[in-house]
Design a protein around this ligand. Structure first.
Ligand code: SER
Length: 316
């Protein structure tokens, strides 16, 4: 990777991935784009407003900027996807198809995240294998499985270097996930704790979901894109995992450090149904064997870091 295009750079993953990639490959070699202006990203390197659904605009950008690798991060998340399924399909698949086509025409490598949401209620719940029944019951998941298959198709049919991971719920402290995801509660809970507010949890007690701290997620994306292609048996997409917890487990972890912190439940029925259709934990053996995936953060170290960083924001 020498000249990188980030599509959807203003979101939860993109805002941190752009900074991370700029440190590795040089500020000028990472072109960030989003449908909206992003002042902060424009301060550290090239930034352009671009609508990922505009195929001509994307092709023009890739050609003019001499791009060789694309990270397509555009997606409506799971809960918002249930509120607007038609829009979710249009946006998620529209941005992906444009990225695939541009990658094919301009000979670029392409990374697109998949998700734990690609699995469904008939997938094995615990240690969900790499290759198994998918059959998701959300539009978000339908888009993710479609994306995985399109990625493999463009690789086998056209030789496009497509690679992808199935991200768990991502926990970060730079850009909020935006409220549209089922796993967003695991970010929001830290902000409530630091602000000294009671946290109202939308996910029922006892619901296990895979989660990951953003630094591990960024490292996964880049390690996979830099991996030796001859070692890759799979491509779209790899299970990756680092921790799996329920609301009461993350609450207890925070409460160890902030004993006055309290939490109540007000379960969102849409998020409950989505969460219950997803795995409890993924088996990431293939990622470990094929490209050396190894997470560095667990719930305890992540909680220390999240609380420290959010405290420094001096939130009111
Ligand atoms: N974080 C996503 C969501 O909750 C899942 O990948 O929708």
């Amino acid at each position: 990777m020498k000249r990188i295009l980030i599509v959807g750079a203003g979101g939860q993953i993109g805002s941190e991935l752009t900074t991370y990639l700029r440190k590795i490959y040089g500020n000028d070699n990472v072109v960030a784009t989003d449908v909206r202006e992003c002042k902060q990203l424009a301060e550290s390197g090239p930034f352009e407003v671009m609508n990922a659904l505009d195929a001509n605009a994307m092709a023009e950008m890739v050609s003019r900027q001499k791009i060789d690798s694309i990270f397509n991060l555009v997606a409506l998340l799971s809960a918002v996807g249930e509120a607007k399924p038609q829009t979710a399909w249009q946006v998620n698949i529209g941005a992906l198809m444009n990225s695939l086509e541009v990658a094919r025409q301009y000979n670029c490598a392409l990374f697109t995240p998949s998700s734990i949401g690609a699995f469904g209620p008939s997938s094995p719940k615990d240690k969900t294998p790499q290759d198994t029944v998918m059959r998701p019951t959300t539009m978000y998941g339908v888009c993710k499985v479609t994306g995985e298959m399109l990625g493999d198709y463009y690789h086998s049919r056209f030789g496009v270097d497509t690679r992808s991971v199935r991200f768990p719920g991502l926990i970060s402290n730079v850009t909020l996930p935006g409220g549209g995801g089922t796993t967003d509660y695991a970010v929001d809970i830290y902000y409530s704790a630091v602000k000294g507010e009671k946290f109202i949890c939308p996910i029922p007690e006892g619901t296990l979901m895979d989660m990951m701290y953003m630094p591990d997620a960024l490292n996964a994306a880049i390690s996979l894109m830099e991996a030796d292609p001859t070692k890759l048996v799979h491509r779209n997409s790899f299970n990756i995992a680092s921790m799996s917890f329920t609301p009461e487990i993350i609450y207890a972890e925070i409460k160890k450090r902030l004993p006055d912190f309290t939490m109540d439940y007000d379960v969102d029925p849409v998020k409950k149904a989505i969460a219950e259709s997803w795995p409890n934990s993924l088996d990431d053996t293939c990622a470990r064997e094929e490209w050396g995936w190894k997470p560095e953060w667990d719930l305890s170290s992540m909680t220390d870091d999240m609380l420290e960083v959010i405290r420094k924001k001096n939130l009111k």
